[in-house]
Each structure stands twice: as C-alpha cells, then as structure tokens.
Design a protein around this ligand. Structure first.
Ligand code: HEC
Length: 128
C-alpha cells in the first residue's frame, strides 16, 4: 500500500512537514522529470523545454501546472494519481505494490525517493 512507502522512508504525505534537509531543488527536479531513465514523466507529458517530438501526449501538458495547483495539490496528483481518476494510466512514483512484471532489481523499490519527490515538486511549482 502507498502509505507503507511513506513509513519506510518514502515521500512524505501531503500534510507532513518537510524537513529542511529535504528542500527541493528545481534544477534537479527538471532533470528527473525529463530523464527517460529516472522520472519518465516525458513519456506521457509535454514539458516546457522538451521538443514535442520527444514528449508524450497521454497526459496533460505540464506547462502552467504550477499556476493551476498548489504544492500540496501537486504532491497529491503526482504521488496518488488514482485519487483523481481510479482508472488513471499514470503510475505513482512511490507505489511498490499491485504492480505487474516488475524487474527483479526494482522489486519493492519506489521509482523515486523522498528527496527526488521534493525536487520534482519544486520544479513543477516553477511551471507558471
Ligand atoms: C503513463 C503515462 C504517465 C506518466 C509516466 C506520468 N503521467 Fe502524469 N498524468 C498522466 C495522465 C493521463 C494524467 C491526467 C490525469 C489522469 O487521467 O490520470 C496525468 C496527470 C498529471 C498531473 C496533473 C496535471 C494537471 O494539469 O492537473 C501532474 C502534475 C502529473 N501528471 C505529473 C507527472 C509527473 C511529475 C510524472 C513523472 C514522475 C508523471 N506525471 C508521469 C499520465 C502520466
């Protein structure tokens, strides 16, 4: 279950205070989002600065998403996409259960750790 990831050192839930050590870095966040081996967000989302030919169209364009949502709302949408659409195709980067055909090396490990999530949110906030 998703909460288990939070309890074992995964990303904090939306109401938990963020320790200063986990302040997000938007530059690293952009690298995570646009990387095809780390965040994988561009597989489905158009992202400012990435040519359309290299971005997906399954999800909404992330341009302006920082103006549409607060940081808390962004956190909820990124970590728990199924809360907004029970049939969503967007994978939670912190979920480790209920997945199919997971590579052995990734078994039980979330896609992103708590620091990477904060970096990602700090970058999403800049997309106004
Ligand atoms: C497999 C496709 C897919 C991947 C990969 C994906 N998303 Fe999504 N995302 C979606 C879809 C589709 C939606 C629209 C809501 C829904 O139907 O789930 C969405 C919605 C969102 C939203 C809300 C946008 C809005 O305007 O309200 C945010 C923010 C978001 N995604 C961020 C991310 C980030 C950050 C990553 C990478 C960690 C990511 N997504 C990876 C498909 C994806």
């Amino acid at each position: 279950m998703v909460l288990a990831a939070a309890l074992v050192g995964g990303p904090l839930s939306s109401d938990a205070p963020v320790p200063a050590s986990l302040a997000g870095n938007p530059v690293r966040g952009q690298q995570i989002a646009t990387s095809r081996s780390v965040g994988l967000c561009v597989l489905c989302h158009a992202v400012p600065g990435v040519p359309a030919a290299h971005a997906g169209t399954l999800g909404p364009d992330l341009a302006g998403v920082g103006a549409r949502h607060t940081r808390a709302a962004l956190r909820e949408r990124v970590l728990y996409p199924e809360r907004f659409n029970v049939q969503t195709v967007m994978p939670s980067p912190v979920r480790t259960d209920g997945l199919h055909r997971v590579a052995a090396a990734r078994e039980g490990r979330p896609l992103l750790d708590a620091q990477q999530v904060e970096d990602l949110l700090s970058w999403l906030e800049t997309l106004k």
